[in-house]
Ligand binder design. Structure first.
Ligand code: NAD
Length: 483
């Protein structure tokens, strides 16, 4: 018999050494196993199961059975369970952070912050309310709008924020009364498996399950007739495949996809404050953030000074193994992504573009790449048009407001953007004209579980987080009660 995943409270010893799928409340070994790679050492991490189609069928059956009762629990009961889960996650913060650094590569303080963000996302979701609303009440009738859970949902998670992005989906799906099957990225399966294992003490079997698999698992999920909703975070190319596959059974989809975020720096900006801040935000997580700044337009009157201030800051950034003290940027997460980023360097070399700081990094023990700024590349070059998802940043001068807004809006992406200025009126005027799901003034990357997050254009469909995120896991139902 498979060992039960239940029975350990958050305070008991929770191990971070063995990794199994969780199906119907049980820890399940795989017929086959595989391993992720620690990107700082290129050495294999522990074995994880490779889920089969049968495992998926079993998980869907368990979720369907669990949905019958879970969907009828009260919101108070569900909030109580999620709060208890959050407390357990808080207790296991150090274990999750160490595991995250080992599988994803990010420096330990950032891994700790990501574990903390998991707790915060759960806690803030517990505070949200999505009550029924009485739309009309007359002598003849009462009309009520309510939100009902969709059914069995699947969370497809990428490798850049394995904890935060999984938890965002778990919180919204479970609190709205859905059952959820989590599929972590094959590059970073470890934290996802453990997050769901930890949850088993707080939710009935089948409510929250996890399957780690190979590249077959995603397409099996998106085409499975028993799954009603897909919440996908990943690249735009994969998002299109997910939507195509999901359309065959009319599954609901939320797609959180790629970005090519512009930052517009106005001439009134405080250069000393803004340049290091902006440079930091561009390179966080080694540029592997959907909403990282991926193009900077600097007003021509301050271009040289701002560039030099950014370069000075970038020179202070330490790259290395995330377990080492003082490291700010870890490695690129996997070899495929590392090669992709190298391709941008090859193109930059071929085009003879000017490297202000950084440049090609010599091969080493891990997938390390030094943060790099490209000084005013051609508008039609790859680094300006595509998402490298690595620490290379193009910066370009601008002079005319209309023109820079047009440039900012000129890609198919519309995830995030920012405007940097000491003149709030100017910044807000520009911000309102940018076509992206989030627009920041004098900052970037600030996200919040209370507010909707999503992309315009090919950066996505629908939103996650906040009440918009809850509604994405619900059907809308209108009750017409004739008196
Ligand atoms: P990816 O699209 O390669 O993979 C994402 C997930 O989809 C993984 O779990 C993968 O196994 C799975 N998958 C792959 N092929 C599939 C298929 N055919 N059907 C179903 N699932 C499939 O993305 P990635 O490389 O892991 O992540 C990087 C990308 O994600 C970047 O483009 C980044 O901008 C984007 N991203 C977006 C957000 C957002 O919220 N908008 C957040 C993080 C990352």
């Amino acid at each position: 018999m498979a060992p039960s995943a239940n029975g350990h409270s958050g305070s008991e010893k929770f191990n971070f050494d063995t990794f199994r799928n969780v199906i119907n409340g049980k820890l399940v070994d795989g017929e086959k196993t595989r391993a992720g790679i620690n990107p700082a050492t290129k050495k294999a991490n522990a074995q994880v199961p490779v889920a089969t189609e049968k495992d998926l069928d079993n998980a869907v059956d368990a979720a369907k059975a669990a949905f019958k009762t879970w969907s009828r629990t009260t919101i108070e009961e569900r909030k109580k369970a999620v709060s208890a889960y959050s407390a357990a996650l808080k207790e296991q913060r150090e274990g999750f952070a160490a595991l995250l650094t080992k599988e994803q590569g990010k420096p330990l303080p950032f891994a700790q912050a990501e574990a903390d963000s998991g707790v915060y996302w759960l806690d803030e979701n517990v505070k949200l309310e999505l009550p029924e609303t009485v739309e009309e009440e007359t002598d003849e009738r009462k009309v009520i709008t309510r939100y009902t859970p969709i059914g069995v949902a699947a969370a497809i998670v990428p490798w850049n924020f394995p904890i935060q992005l999984a938890i965002g989906k778990i919180a919204a799906a479970l609190l709205t009364g859905n059952c959820l099957i989590v599929k972590p990225s094959p590059f970073t399966p470890y934290c996802g498996l453990k997050l769901v294992e930890l949850a088993q003490s707080f939710f009935p079997p089948g409510v929250l399950q996890v399957l780690s698999g190979d590249d077959n698992l995603g397409p099996w999920i998106t085409s499975h007739p028993g799954i009603d909703k897909i919440s996908f975070t990943g690249s735009t190319a994969t998002g299109k495949r997910v939507m195509e596959s999901a359309s065959k059974t009319l599954k609901r989809v939320t797609l959180e996809l790629g970005g090519k975020d512009p930052a517009i720096v106005c001439k009134s900006v405080n250069i000393k404050d803004a340049a290091p801040k902006l440079a930091t935000l561009c390179f966080m997580n080694s540029g592997q953030i959907c909403i990282a700044i991926k193009r900077v337009y600097i007003h021509e009157s301050i271009y040289n000074e701002f560039r030099d201030a950014m370069v000075d800051h970038v020179k202070t950034i330490k790259v290395g193994d995330g377990t080492e003290e003082g490291v700010f940027l870890g490695p690129i997460q996997n070899s495929m992504q590392y090669e992709r980023v190298q391709g941008f360097f090859d193109d930059i070399e071929k085009q003879g573009q000017k490297v202000a700081v950084g440049g090609k990094t010599a091969d080493s023990a891990g997938f390390f790449i030094n943060p790099t700024i490209i000084d005013n590349p051609a508008a039609d070059s790859r680094i300006v048009l595509e998402e490298p998802f690595g620490p290379i940043l193009p910066i370009m001068p601008w002079s005319d407001e209309e023109e820079v807004i047009e440039k900012a809006n000129s890609t198919l992406m519309g995830l995030g953007s920012s405007v940097w200025s000491s003149d709030l009126e100017e910044a807000t005027r520009i911000a309102r004209r940018i076509d992206s799901g989030s627009v920041w003034v004098n900052t970037h990357l600030e996200v919040d579980p209370k507010f909707a997050f999503g992309g315009h254009k090919e950066s996505g469909i629908g939103s996650e987080w906040g009440l918009a995120g809850w509604k994405a896991y619900c059907n809308t139902q209108v009750l017409y009660l004739k008196k």
